[in-house]
Design a protein around this ligand. Structure first.
Ligand SMILES: *Cc1c(COP(=O)(O)O)cnc(C)c1O
Length: 822
């Protein structure tokens, strides 16, 4: 029993009382949403006990703390996860059962906290789970977007974006902390004034606009260890409510502007994944949460410690991609202007405190702010960036005399732009990639110059995922089965999954494993019928590609292959073909036209194929609307095949691949990102690998690309499929609808090489791998063995392992144990 709060009768009473006090209702009259709120408040009370105990422990033991700074935290739902990590899920489920309440229905009332786009935001969420579960002091620092990732509706096959008003019913788990509110300033000018007392120059910002940053804290519950860390996300408010004297001084406009700034700054999450748009508001968001987080961090540190010169002994800051990199200059500003340190002292502190994670090598994702924008918005911060740059360029010139090419390639300020990645690398004491292959490409291609100059900074931390959410919560049938066979140690030590390996040769275990998969496939079929109105057969192969829609992820390759299979089945009705359900789920950035065309194509193919009675349901195509963390949990549990088919070298790691593996779905993929390490763990015979290697891709790219027309004119199956984009087959005779996709494959497009993601180049190899999938699936024993071995070999891919590596090699945090309050 976790605590007396979760004794059934106590808990039931708490829920009933909460309904009465929150809604002045008896529980029988409460709506499902009201019951969700009442249950969540009952759970929160128990969390708060541990949250306080954790704070007390940190207060007393003063462990080194990581501040994980991220523009995105893709948390998903909290209730079920909190119950899981408090080890109270089953007790609460039973208590609610006795009240005639279904916990699944209650959980379903909670909107996802979708404060992120995809992999990068979900990684941040998994890291917080692991940090708390492993007993390390950590803050997540981010933005409390009023509107998170948009909700996706599919209308007439097209994506329609609907605002995600996730806070409309209130968020029962958050706590507003007015006492930590901080001012953040934008714009204006800097006046330099000599200070007689300090004998230094003061830099005084004048005529600025400012907002008040107000933190909301969300509990991050560790698994079964009473540790509760904090995700601190910032809301914005106008600094003063409407001041009457503002009118008198003719500052009416300024007052209104500050109201508007506060309103707009946290209004919405930018829905771009792996793509940089360069919007002014985005830079405001970045500085806003970074400055507020650093101010509170310093204040907290100074309560216990006199000397900010030793900040790095107690604090480390991890920058999740370049998005929070303004932290480098902002920390310098606070240390110099506010704490009175000299440049060299401040630089030493900063460069021992901040570390940087690189998430992509794709040039369209690299953040480069125009200098005029950056300097106008952050005038003092910009002065500091200039000085960082000046000193660094000096250093490059010392190291490479006469080599101005090096300066051009490595400077922070160049060609009118502030290159954020360069600042992160130059200031960071650690620079890490997110999978072995990705880190090698960073060292030897993209960041070669930096690696040569400062090799000691570079290291790899292969991403991971939390098994608590993606198996224990998402797949309770398989979780129980695993526990029955090897005990429950896997929940906090995923390497123990290897103890399942012998079961791959046990016919009974294999049958049980596949029976669980079948039940999860039925659960997903029901969801798809309810949400999409499409009936799918749980006996068919569930071939799944769920992830953000991006050209490099090659959903287009997948759907072109479906079109090819459809042609085959139509042409050779007698051919043996194992029934297959192709399941897609993907949001496209609202402004990413080609990605949206691919969604339309998938739905158009689905329309034709699903309604063709002549193929006897051998092929089905389903596009799951609004792919997000909550439905992802069910999708992974039900998948037979994991599609990880990015152009080699483009997917830094991938984490979806790991969730599929954990749930027993073999990978059909390229040797890209963490797929390489997945294959290494599970054995190449238990995966389906195809396509160009990253070296081959990079080679083509460095030599002008390849000629897709050669393939198009020589492979008639490919030509036919590509032509079907133009002949009206999937567009009710409209020859224009998919012309841009057709052109992207065959013709130079606005400076882009034809088929820059090597879709036609990899098509045959992909089709052959798909053939092998079918052959393997037809042999149930062989398939069950493969699937089971994937689950059994997933130990490396827990975020617990990733976080332990960050702690050991980068952060050097102290391990903490928390004793529950008596
Ligand atoms: C894991 C996850 C992702 C990342 O998937 P990739 O296949 O690695 O791109 C994106 N969105 C959600 C909801 C996820 O759970």
């Amino acid at each position: 029993m976790y605590s007396k709060r979760f004794e059934k009768e106590t808990f039931k009473n708490d829920v009933k009382e909460n309904v009465r006090t929150l809604y002045r209702k008896e529980i029988e009259e409460a709506t499902p949403q009201q019951i969700f709120q009442a249950v969540s408040y009952a759970v929160k009370e128990a969390i708060v006990d541990d949250w306080l105990a954790t704070q007390k422990t940190y207060e007393k033991e003063d462990p080194k703390t990581v501040y994980y700074m991220s523009m995105e935290f893709l948390m998903g739902r909290a209730l079920g996860n909190n119950l899981i990590n408090m080890t109270a899920y089953k007790e609460v489920k039973e208590a609610l059962d006795e009240m005639g309440i279904d916990l699944n229905v209650v959980e379903d009332q909670e909107p996802d906290a979708a404060l992120g786009n995809g992999g990068l935001g979900r990684l941040a969420a998994c890291f917080l789970d692991s940090l708390a579960s492993l007993g390390y002091a950590a803050y997540g620092c981010g933005i409390r977007y009023r509107y998170g990732m948009f909700k996706q509706k599919i209308k007439d096959g097209y994506q329609v974006e609907v605002p995600d008003n996730w806070l409309k019913d209130g968020n029962p788990f958050e706590i507003r902390r007015d006492e930590y509110a901080k001012e953040v300033r934008f714009g204006g000018t800097i006046r330099v004034q000599y200070n007689e007392q300090t004998k230094k120059e003061d830099f005084i910002q004048e005529n600025y606009e400012s907002v008040l940053a107000i933190p909301y804290d969300m509990p991050i519950v560790g698994y079964g260890n009473h540790v509760v860390n904090t995700l601190r996300i910032w809301d914005a408010q106008a600094i003063t409510d409407f001041k009457l004297d503002a009118f008198d001084r003719g500052e009416y406009h300024k007052a209104i502007e500050q109201e508007n700034l506060a309103k707009t700054i946290v209004e919405v999450l930018y829905p771009n994944d792996n793509h940089y748009a360069g919007k002014e508001l985005r830079l405001k968001q970045q500085y806003f949460f970074v400055s507020a987080s650093l101010q509170v961090m310093l204040e907290k540190y100074k309560k216990k410690h006199k000397d900010v010169r030793k900040l790095y002994e107690k604090v480390t800051i991890q920058m999740n991609d370049t998005h929070p990199t303004v932290a480098v200059a902002e920390l310098m500003r606070l240390l110099i202007d506010q704490e009175g340190l000299g440049w060299d002292e401040a630089w030493e502190v900063t460069t021992k405190t901040v570390a940087y994670t690189n998430h992509t090598i794709m040039s369209e994702a690299l953040e480069k702010w125009p200098i005029d924008l950056f300097s106008r918005l952050l005038p003092r911060v910009y002065q500091i960036v200039q000085e960082i740059n000046r000193r660094f360029v000096e250093q490059v010139r010392r190291m490479y005399p006469g080599n101005e090419d090096k300066v051009r390639k490595m400077a922070i300020l160049m060609d009118g732009q502030v290159r954020m990645a360069h600042m992160a690398i130059i200031a960071g004491y650690s620079v890490n990639g997110v999978a072995r292959l990705h880190t090698e490409i960073l060292k030897h291609q993209e960041l070669k110059d930096f690696y040569e100059m400062m090799p000691e900074k570079f290291n790899n931390k292969t991403n991971g995922i939390t098994q608590r959410r993606f198996l224990l919560h998402g797949n309770p049938l398989l979780a129980d089965w695993v526990t029955d066979h090897i005990g429950d140690g896997w929940i906090t030590d995923l390497s123990q999954m290897s103890k399942l390996k012998p079961l791959a040769d046990d016919p009974k275990a294999r049958a049980e494993f596949m029976d669980i998969k079948y039940k999860n496939k039925e659960r997903l079929a029901k969801y798809i019928l309810e949400h999409n109105g499409v009936e799918i057969d749980p006996r068919s192969i569930y071939d799944v590609q769920v992830k953000r829609l991006h050209e490099y992820k090659r959903q287009l390759l997948n759907i072109l292959h479906v079109m090819y299979l459809y042609n085959q089945i139509k042409e050779h009705p007698e051919m043996s073909f194992y029934p297959r359900t192709f399941i897609f789920g993907a949001k496209a950035s609202a402004g990413y036209v080609r990605a949206k065309e691919i969604i339309k194509l998938i739905n158009s193919v689905a329309d034709v194929v699903n309604n063709d009675l002549s193929i006897n349901g051998k092929l089905k195509v389903v596009f799951i609307e609004d792919y997000r963390v909550s439905n992802a949990e069910w999708i992974f549990a039900a998948a037979d095949v994991s599609e990880q088919i990015s152009t080699a070298s483009k997917e830094a790691s991938g984490t979806g691949n790991m969730k599929f593996m954990l749930n027993g779905a073999p990978t059909l993929g390229t040797m890209d990102g963490a797929n390489v390490e997945i294959v290494e763990e599970v054995g190449i015979e238990n995966a389906f690998i195809f396509g160009l290697s990253s070296d081959e891709v990079i080679n083509y790219e460095n030599n002008g690309g390849y000629n897709p027309q050669e393939i198009y004119f020589n492979d008639w199956d490919i030509k036919r499929v590509v032509d079907q984009l133009m002949d009206g087959t999937y567009s009710h005779g409209d020859h224009e609808m998919f012309r841009d996709l057709y052109n992207s494959l065959l013709n130079t497009q606005g400076g882009d090489r034809p088929d820059r993601y090597f879709i036609l180049k990899d098509f045959r190899s992909y089709a052959e791998a798909q053939k092998k999938v079918e052959e393997a699936y037809k042999d149930p024993d062989r398939w069950a063995k493969m699937a089971l071995l994937n689950t059994a070999s997933c130990g490396k891919f827990t975020s617990d392992r990733t976080i332990q590596e960050y702690v050991d090699n980068i952060w050097k945090l102290d391990y903490v144990t928390v004793k529950p309050e008596a």
